[in-house]
Write a protein that binds this ligand. Sequence first.
Ligand code: PLP
Length: 388
Amino acid sequence: MIKVQLADRIKNLPPYLFASIDKMKQQALAKGVDLIDLSIGDPDIPTPQNIVDAMKRAVDKAEHHRYPSYEGMHIYREAVAAWYGQRFNVGLEPAGEVISLIGSKEGIGHIPLAFINPGDVVLVPSPGYPVYPVGTGFAGGEPYLMPLTEANDYLPDLGAIPEAICKRAKMMFLNYPNNPTAAVAGRDFFEAAIAFAEKHNIIICHDAAYSEIYYDGKRPMSFLEVDGAKEVGVEFHSLSKTYNMTGWRIGFVVGNRDIIAGLGKIKTNLDSGAFQAIQEAGVAALKTDDSALSWIRSTYQERRDILFDGLRKLGFELKKPEATFYVWARVPSGFDSTSFVTHLLEKTGVLGTPGVGFGAPGEGYIRFALTQSIERIEEALNRIKKAL
Ligand SMILES: *Cc1c(COP(=O)(O)O)cnc(C)c1O
């Protein structure tokens, strides 16, 4: 029997946030709790039928049963470029400025391997998606946390990053509309980020996974709409949230050719692309008329309104989200985020995510996901009311 020893890069990982939440959840379920799970950002709404039907047809085609190309099928990259043109008025060249990803998490996790040497710094928002610092660490890089605070509208204060860090930084992750804070960024912020990146020679990786989950008709912009963006960065995107396709594992990255080629080099050596039938279904998704998706947004909007109003009436401090399917609220005084999540679960069977799980500046907050029906959200509010 050998002694199996983990490498330092995974031995030193903090426990994956959702893994520890899942444990609490399993324990509650084992006790027979009628759990209302508002903790995980995974749509409860099924994939639209036209996409499922496209997949059924595609899976029968023998040519799709072979290895795909690592950069994605031409028709898929063309559909991505056409979608960017229509949605954002951004021109993209399907050859070189677009590659497919096996979900955007795959590309986000891998991109530091293409550009980060041991000791290089990667600027990551905190609270933020855990893959940014973890992917950085896997490449031997050092994450530098940029705090997102209510006082700064959850935009990083680029001027507060020390000069010595700017010198060592090679890459910066940004994510708007933002998970977990539900903040959106405007043109001014992106312009400042591009100027910062140019000054310090930093690659910007903008994660736009939630660009299509927006409210009140206010469509968030793409980072690539801003002048100079393509000179400094790329935008990650995913079909997961837009089309309720989290299980399908299909996304893409677009923008700067050299940055995409670098990520492509990593990918050719690690994976062999996304199943072509899924890419063909992805084409059907990207060609879906936007008006056919408005019911998805109105479903979330109705839930947002109920949860937001309900929490506010219960005395929670929170801002009305303009995008994403998250509600980011301050925990009541006397609690920190972990103790409140635990208290809530024990007293009500409602499960939220502790803000601190997304990074230290998330302390004092809880994230609720709008991925349950109105009935369940109302039931959650009733239970919280009784428990307070
Ligand atoms: C859900 C999510 C993604 C998308 O993940 P996929 O791998 O495309 O399913 C990316 N970034 C953030 C911040 C997310 O919350």
